[in-house]
Design a protein around this ligand. Structure first.
Ligand code: PNS
Length: 157
């Protein structure tokens, strides 16, 4: 059984994430979206909220599940018998950091490899932080996050 993990902060999930989820879900028998719990980035949304938002937007996508994790991703992958980590790359600047993390994760868990999907062009400018920034100024976020979570995102600001 091919089990993939798509990890991240998802603070909040965006159309860019959803694009990666839809494309990578086809590559595995099961795709686990793994939301980091204790995040040094001090997320705006609690881990429970981030999981809920992800569940809302992935409802109906076959064999995709959402859970939170704490600690090392390499360990979580081992616990879940996952051998592939999926990450999205928006630009070359993402790659330097991602390469190091991918190599570290493989060193810590030799059963796990990381694959990179290039973000679809229409989302290459998009990140959770720009969504938070626009929402904080009460701007229109409808181009950036799925309709079913707009209210929840706006309610935070
Ligand atoms: O959405 P993000 O913030 O870019 O996701 C980063 C994430 C959660 C994938 C990364 O920070 C992570 O895997 N953290 C867990 C701790 C860990 O395993 N770090 C890598 C080795 S230093």
């Amino acid at each position: 059984m091919r089990i993939g993990i798509y990890p991240g902060s998802f603070d909040p999930v965006t159309y860019g994430h959803l694009d990666i989820i839809l494309r990578s879900a086809k590559m595995f028998d099961r795709l686990i979206i793994a939301v980091l719990k204790n995040n040094a980035k001090n997320p705006v949304f609690t881990v429970e909220e981030r999981v809920e938002l992800l569940k809302k937007v992935t409802k109906g996508i076959d064999h995709v599940t959402v859970e939170s994790f704490d600690g090392l991703l390499a360990d979580f992958a081992k616990q879940r018998n996952a051998n592939t980590i999926v990450r999205g790359l928006r630009a070359v600047t993402d790659f330097e950091y991602e390469l190091q993390i991918a190599q570290l994760n493989h060193k810590m868990n030799s059963d796990v490899d990381t694959i990179f999907l290039t973000t679809s062009l229409e989302y290459s400018y998009l990140s959770s932080s720009v969504v938070r920034e626009i929402a904080s100024y009460h701007g229109d976020i409808s181009h950036f996050v799925p309709a079913e979570i707009i209210d929840a995102v706006q309610a935070k600001f």
